[in-house]
Design a protein. Structure first.
Length: 166
């Protein structure tokens, strides 16, 4: 990954290009860098739309399924973003024990679960809904709330909370 084409500008939220020539790949890399930066520790989540936008930039281009978790404190400020499991083109194995272990390790009070659908279709599967319910029950035992499970694809994002499937 290249990090040399974009530098912070003199005004907050502005950037300066090091060179005049910028490829599409450079733009995508910069978008991922910015999304990761916006999911940095201590940032408050401002809206569900912003969260979806950042998660989409980070996960939509993977050729295989990736399950990740956004760890939050008691005020829903970000503790960290972790890609936990990688799978095949249409599935990945998720282990509730490992999710709980990571939440405890970082002292998270809440989490947002996320994974991508490389097929491009963001509609949650029955397996996604079942997994979400298992994780909600598992994490509740240790006092960690699951706020949402967001399915990401190139065509958009689907929130299980917004769909009433949690």
């Amino acid at each position: 990954m290249r990090y040399h084409k974009l530098k912070a500008g003199s005004e907050p939220g502005t950037y300066v290009m090091e060179s005049a020539l910028v490829t599409e790949e450079d733009i995508l890399i910069m978008a991922k860098q910015l999304s990761r930066k916006r999911l940095n520790k201590g940032r408050a989540l401002t809206s569900p739309g912003d969260v979806k936008e950042h998660l989409r930039a980070l996960l939509q281009d993977h050729p295989h399924e990736v399950f990740a978790i956004l760890l939050l404190d008691t005020q829903h400020k970000i503790i960290g973003f972790h890609e936990m499991f990688r799978g095949t083109i249409d599935s990945t194995s998720v282990y509730p024990r490992e999710v709980a272990k990571l939440a405890l390790e970082h002292n998270a009070a809440a989490v947002i679960l996320t994974h991508n659908h490389p097929s491009g279709e963001p509609t949650p599967s029955q397996a996604d809904i079942k997994l979400t319910k298992v994780l909600i029950e598992s994490l509740a035992l240790i006092g960690v709330r699951v706020l949402d499970h967001i399915v990401v694809s190139s065509q958009g994002c689907a929130s299980l909370a917004e769909r009433g499937e949690m």
